[in-house]
Design a protein around this ligand. Structure first.
Ligand code: GLA
Ligand code: ZN
Length: 658
């Protein structure tokens, strides 16, 4: 377990560096991330690399036992690079050029810049790839962080887009068929006729939109790969990673994470009213590699660019940190060490204020770092073992984003409905993509699986066949892989597996909900969103609609498939529905459950050779009393704890279960 900070020595006079290193050490900072925006200092003039200053900082830090994560600086091309390559600046969807100075001002397909990034990564790798002080690498910074994944619409990108389509479809005939260009006279007779979906044209062909999104994502994945390939031969015992953004969905994180050794993300929970938001970000990051991960940046002060959030309440920094660890983070680095006096992020505060004096937040970080250090021996090597997962492809997210279909549908809202229900019973879940090893789970929920490939369907069917439970929610099975709606009876390719048919659907606003009734308990729940009206074709009815002209029509069904079960949930509903439904599912597949927890209290578990460790966090500002169903050693204090546990506002307890 490591506690760390994001540090920008280039923002401070060199005579401050020793003080910083000393203060860091006193606070228990064991690792710093540096250099990810410092291209101008690392290569002040083309071809003249200057690494001496970074060596000097690292040397000071080494004296205090502080280790280092190095960022490659590709998120901020320098002024001299932009002057050299005016066509490096990306073209935005409205046709204007993205300006210098907001970072990410690069076209990811610019050959000259890709080569410069390759040379920089190679030079840095040569210099520090074998350093014992360096534990790993962060490539670039928050890929895709502007303008819906920062696709670039420059002529180079549009040219490559056409080549990409040619590679994927081979012939124009195939593309025309796959996209349905018969609609509105869109049939292409030459590849050069195909445009990129620029604004404000929002209603272009949905298949073109989806392919453009895939193409844009591929560009970033390739851009990252250039640097991974440059670093790989040099690094020894160091990880290569990048800082992702949790529920960010503009890029295909499955593809982006594939060449990385470990996943990591940036966690700013001050915006998250509910524990499920950071929890879902952790579950995404953990699910990408199905193992422990890092938090490259975590809130440690009030934040904002031009306007600020409030400051973290006493105890919040500590609680967020333990929440991250409880969800599987093996390192948590705070953003940032010290608030910067200049630049866009003057208001993005860190552990220290602008004046650099240790204050309340510094003391809280020191307290957490001490606790984490004390428990490291026990927790090192433990991990979160989730028995359940939420399954998706980024294509699902993209399709829903272009065409929500009904009022405000998003993939994540549906995912969070389940996430909250899992948390209420202390059940851990990963968020996974098709590359994941599904064999680890007993329960898979596929929220709004609107677009599917046959091999996805086959993998999910096999999972059920072998005894697992699969849950699909509304709109599932709607489309084939090129974003065309199925001509099979809905739910299309899922018809056989779900044992149901969907002859019709209704759109119901959340503020004017309908109702569903659970068949076995008679309990009623508000239901809304995209409501599929189900007809059974082998499946059994679990719940029925209780309102509207379709009162009595099936709303939730279950089908036996091999040794397992496949559910179809036709509508979205109020939280109580998910609580009851999930209790039923967990019971069927024998997942251990806690007595219901209050909202925004989490009981998280890491396991390993040393046993089971429960990390209990109170995300709320109110005291809470809960039942964790076990007793054990109180690792943050004395004596034993449980099964009843009292939590102060933002309180944390760590219990080693007997
Ligand atoms: C992101 C970036 C950081 C910083 C913070 C605060 O997470 O990775 O460089 O900009 O946001 O804005
Ligand atoms: Zn471009």
């Amino acid at each position: 377990m490591l506690i760390g900070a994001d540090y920008y020595p280039e923002h401070w006079p060199t005579d401050r560096w020793p003080t910083d290193a000393k203060l860091m050490r006193e606070a228990g900072i064991g690792v710093v991330r540096m250099a990810e925006f410092a291209w101008n200092r690392l290569e002040p003039q083309e071809g003249r690399y200057d690494f001496a200053w970074l060596d000097a900082v690292m040397k000071l830090q080494a004296k205090h036992g502080i280790r280092v994560i190095l960022g490659t600086p590709s998120a901020t091309p320098t002024a001299w690079q932009v002057a050299k390559w005016p066509d490096l600046l990306p073209v935005k969807a409205d046709g204007t050029t993205f300006p210098f100075g907001i970072r990410k001002h690069y076209c990811p397909r610019h050959e000259g810049y890709r080569d410069a990034c390759r040379r920089m990564a190679d030079a840095m790798g040569r210099r520090w790839g074998r350093s014992k002080q360096v534990i790993g690498w962060q490539i670039d910074n928050e890929f895709g962080g502007i303008d819906f994944g920062a696709p670039c619409f420059c002529p180079r990108c549009v040219g490559q887009w056409r080549a990409w389509l040619r590679r994927h479809y081979g012939t124009l005939e195939a593309l025309n068929a796959a996209w349905g260009t018969a609609f509105w006279a869109q049939e292409y007779t030459d590849w050069d006729q195909i445009v990129a979906p620029m604004q404000p044209v929002t209603s272009q062909n949905p298949s073109l939109h989806l392919d453009w999104r895939r193409f844009a994502s591929d560009g970033i994945v390739e851009f990252q790969q250039v640097q991974v390939d440059a670093l790989r031969p040099h690094v020894r015992g160091q990880f290569i990673s990048t800082n992702l953004m949790g529920m960010f969905e503009d890029l295909d994180y499955e593809a982006l994470a594939t060449p990385l050794d470990v996943a990591g993300w940036d966690n700013y929970p001050i915006w998250a009213a509910e524990a499920v938001d950071p929890a879902m970000g952790h579950a995404v990051t953990r699910g990408l590699k199905q193992k422990s991960f890092l938090v490259f940046e975590q809130q440690s002060g009030p934040s904002g660019w031009n306007a600020m959030t409030g400051t973290p309440r006493p105890g919040q920094i500590r609680m967020w940190t333990w929440q991250s660890i409880g969800h599987g983070a093996d390192a948590v680095l705070y953003f940032r060490w010290r608030a910067c006096r200049f630049g866009t992020e003057q208001y993005w505060h860190g552990i220290l204020q602008h004046d650099g004096l240790p204050g309340r937040r510094y003391k809280e970080v020191r307290q957490v770092a001490r606790e984490v250090a004390k428990l490291s021996k026990a927790l090192d090597g433990t991990e979160v073992r989730a028995p359940a997962a939420l399954w998706h492809t980024y294509d699902v997210n993209w399709v829903i984003r272009f065409q929500p279909g009904c009022d405000k549908m998003t993939f994540w809202d549906e995912a969070k409905r389940f996430g909250k229900a899992f948390a209420r019973r202390g059940i851990a879940y990963d968020v996974v993509t098709p590359k994941a090893d599904l064999g680890r789970y007993r329960l898979l929920v596929c929220p709004h699986a609107v677009i599917l490939r046959e091999d996805h369907v086959e993998a999910l069917r096999k999972f059920a066949q072998a005894g697992g439970t699969v849950v699909f929610t509304s709109r599932s099975g709607e489309r084939g892989w090129t974003n065309i709606i199925t001509d099979l009876a809905r739910p299309g390719l899922l018809g056989k597996m779900t044992g149901c048919r969907i002859p019709e659907y209704d759109m119901v606003r959340q503020d004017k909900p309908g109702q569903i009734e659970m068949a076995d308990t008679g309990r009623l729940y508000d239901a809304f969103g995209w409501c599929d009206l189900l007809e059974t074709d082998g499946a059994a009815v679990v719940a029925r609609y209780a309102a509207e002209f379709y009162k009595g029509t099936a709303a939730v069904t279950v089908n036996r498939v091999g040794k397992g079960r496949v559910y179809y949930v036709g509508a979205s509903a109020e939280d109580a529905f998910y609580d009851d439904f999930l209790a039923r599912l967990a019971d069927e597949v024998k997942l251990p459950m806690l007595p219901p927890l209050p909202l925004n209290v989490e009981v998280l578990e890491r396991r390993g050779k040393a046993g089971r460790f429960l990390i209990v966090i109170n995300y709320t500002a109110d005291a809470q009393t809960i039942d964790i169903a076990v007793t054990g050693k109180n690792l943050l204090g004395k004596g034993t704890r449980g099964p009843k546990i009292e939590l102060e506002p933002y309180g944390v307890q760590v219990v080693q279960a007997r």
